[in-house]
Design a protein around this ligand. Structure first.
Ligand code: ZN
Length: 373
């Protein structure tokens, strides 16, 4: 899972003359019906190589070959977006599997190209989950529907020793005597570490779980800045696994996101009605995409629509046209025009937000967008 700390470390990599190849590939199975991305990645590599000189090619050839082989061999684990950052010269390779659409790109540079990944961190809300009792604490992050734990190997003797993820856990030994004093020390340390973690990772929302007593106690110790981030609490055992935690927090997340969505949709519908840089309905959205005006595309999760796609320039329409009005190219019927629209919007640098079912939104078209101009 993406995190700011890791990206920061990657961003610092800059090793004199070494080259990095950064690949961003749309591997969404809906818009790549026949594993089209296998061909896309080959073409992108070919185009990149054509622009490079002999020396550059010699030094990065291994990276391109490895990328090509990797895409061929790992289709089954792909989500919607695949990101690979590699430098054979530096013996460096890292991959990210994203469940959000991304724009196809290959960047050759002396540093890894991470801007799109930072944008994803900023644009899709992350939630921290703190699970706490009188002796221990665990921290999870939920991002784009996925959960990951920041665990730590228990250290034998050094309380509060940090690991890579930056979260902490005190050794069992420190708590041989469960006195109130130790409990309060522990909770204070949890609060301190959590505060550091939230600011470092820039996580805006927090959910707390554990025994009722521990939750109350730890909440009382939080500074105002942390308390403002809490969107809910739940009860759970300390040994609960990630899946159980995700299940317990789901209603809290859903309620919180629903509230946010309702506000966004209200805003969208009002602005569209007043013609203030917003549109609603598939046809208006497709026109706005064609004009490159989309800032943020929003649609209901299960919204589907069929239409036509120009085989030559990619123009999308729900009108019955026999030839593309822009390039006279041949059109083809498609059943997944919403996915194609989302991909196009992302390629124009727009954000895409998928909402849950919403009556008001459904009644006004199920899809809409805030526009740049
Ligand atoms: Zn066309």
């Amino acid at each position: 899972m993406l995190n700011r700390e890791e990206l920061r470390e990657i961003a610092k990599m800059r090793a004199g003359e070494a080259y990095f190849v950064s690949l961003y590939l749309n591997v969404n199975p809906i818009t790549n019906k026949k594993y089209d991305y296998v061909i896309h990645v080959k073409n992108m590599i070919k185009e990149t190589l054509e622009k490079m000189d002999k020396k550059e090619i010699k030094r990065t050839n291994g990276d391109f070959e490895k990328i090509d082989a990797y895409v061929m061999a790992n289709k089954r684990i792909f989500k919607k977006g695949l990101v690979i950052l590699t430098s054979q010269e530096k013996k460096f390779w890292v991959e990210f599997h994203l469940s959000v659409p991304i724009k196809n790109e290959i960047i050759l540079d002396k540093t890894p190209y991470i801007k799109p990944l930072l944008d994803i961190l900023d644009n899709y809300q992350r939630y921290a989950i703190l699970l706490v009792d009188k002796e221990s604490a665990r921290l999870f992050i939920i991002h784009i529907g996925e959960i990951e734990e920041y665990t730590e190997v228990h250290s034998e003797n050094v309380p509060g020793k940090h690991k890579k993820g930056g979260w902490y856990s005190l050794s069992e030994k420190s708590y041989e005597r469960h006195t109130d004093y130790h409990v309060s020390l522990h909770l204070k340390e949890v609060v301190k570490q959590l505060d550091i973690f939230l600011s470092r990772e820039n996580v805006g929302r927090l959910i707390i779980g554990g025994s009722e007593d521990a939750v109350t106690k730890v909440k009382a110790l939080f500074p105002q800045t942390v308390n403002e981030k809490i969107i809910g609490t739940f009860q759970a055992e300390m040994f609960a696994n990630s899946k159980e935690i995700l299940k317990k927090t789901e209603p809290i997340l859903r309620a919180f996101e629903k509230q946010k969505e309702d506000k966004t949709i209200e805003d969208l519908v009002t602005k569209a009605m007043k013609n203030e840089n917003a549109v609603i309905g598939i046809e208006n959205v497709l026109n706005a995409i064609q004009e490159g005006r989309i800032m943020k595309l929003i649609f209901i999760k299960d919204y589907r629509h069929s239409g036509l796609k120009c085989n030559n320039c990619g123009y999308l329409s729900i009108q019955h046209i026999s030839a593309c009005p822009y390039c006279k190219g041949k059109t083809q019927k498609v059943n997944y025009i919403v996915d194609l629209a989302a991909q196009k919007a992302v390629e124009q640098g727009a954000l895409v937000e998928v909402t849950s079912d919403n009556k008001k939104f459904k009644d006004s078209g199920s899809i809409g967008a805030f526009l740049r101009f």
